[in-house]
Each structure stands twice: as structure tokens, then as C-alpha cells.
Design a binder for this molecule. Structure first.
Ligand code: B9F
Length: 127
């Protein structure tokens, strides 16, 4: 079975771009995320992410990371697994939660969105 590595550049089904820097010996990693969508008039900015790959290492590891959307008062968490598909292509299958800032406790119930994203490794040429 081929190895699946998190390090590198990824694009998801929404057209968002993500870069994951080196995964440390301790499994932790950082990166940056440029979302293609925001559903708001806010100007989108590249935002930092911090995560963990599961240890001990498996060839198709699970992972989780948090994105601090620095152009809004919201936070996303993603969790998923890195797979090598039947064509030998690496793919990240994830689910996410997007937490908005609720003005008060009564608005808490409507503050969390949930969804899925699939990421593919970007070709060296793509940008
Ligand atoms: O859209 C979010 C945002 C927060 C306040 C105004 C806009 C921030 C970006 C989230 C990007 C999500 C998607 N991109 C992606 O690649 S994270 C999960 C998806 N995968 C709109 C109004 C209030 C909350 C959302 Fe907002």
C-alpha cells in the first residue's frame, strides 16, 4: 500500500487552497488556508491552521486541525483521514464544524455549521 502524506499543497471540492508544512516527529503540524467561499462580504484572507496527525504512524493516517479565520470572528475544525485511492492519488476525506460568534447564549443553537470536504493534492504546476 502506498503512503499518504499530509505535507504539501491541497485543493478541495469548493476550490479552497490549503498548505500543510512539515509534520513534526510529535505529529503536530501547521499550515495556511485560503478559503474560496465565505458567504459574506468580508474580504477573504489567508488564515493559519494548527493540527495533529495521529501517532503512531499508519500509512493512511487520521488527523485533525483548527483554522482561525483571521478575517472574521469564526473558527473551523476539520477531522479526517488521508487515503490513497484506486488510481494511487492521495485524497483527504474530512468533516468540518464552523463556529460563528454568537452575540448571546440564546443564539448558541444556530452558531455551528457542519459539512464535508474532499481535498486532492495540487499538481506541482497548479497555483
Ligand atoms: O465563511 C466564514 C465566515 C465567517 C463569518 C462570515 C464568513 C469563514 C470562512 C469559512 C470557510 C468554510 C468553508 N470553506 C472550505 O474550504 S470552512 C468549511 C468550508 N470549507 C458565513 C457567515 C457566517 C458564517 C459563515 Fe461567516
Amino acid at each position: 500500500l502506498l503512503q499518504c502524506k499530509l505535507t504539501g499543497q491541497w485543493k478541495n471540492d469548493l476550490g479552497s487552497n490549503m498548505t500543510i508544512y512539515e509534520v513534526k516527529e510529535t505529529g503536530d503540524f501547521s499550515g495556511k488556508y485560503l478559503t474560496a467561499v465565505s458567504a459574506s462580504p468580508l474580504k477573504i484572507e489567508e488564515s493559519p491552521l494548527l493540527g495533529f496527525q495521529h501517532l503512531p504512524y499508519l500509512s493512511q493516517p487520521t488527523f485533525g486541525f483548527t483554522v482561525n479565520w483571521n478575517f472574521s470572528d469564526t473558527t473551523s475544525v476539520f477531522t479526517g483521514q488521508c487515503f490513497v485511492d484506486e488510481y494511487g492519488k492521495e485524497v483527504l476525506k474530512t468533516m468540518w464544524l464552523l463556529r460563528s460568534h454568537a452575540k448571546n447564549h440564546g443564539d448558541d443553537w444556530k452558531a455551528t455549521l457542519v459539512g464535508y470536504n474532499t481535498f486532492w493534492r495540487k499538481e506541482e504546476l497548479m497555483d
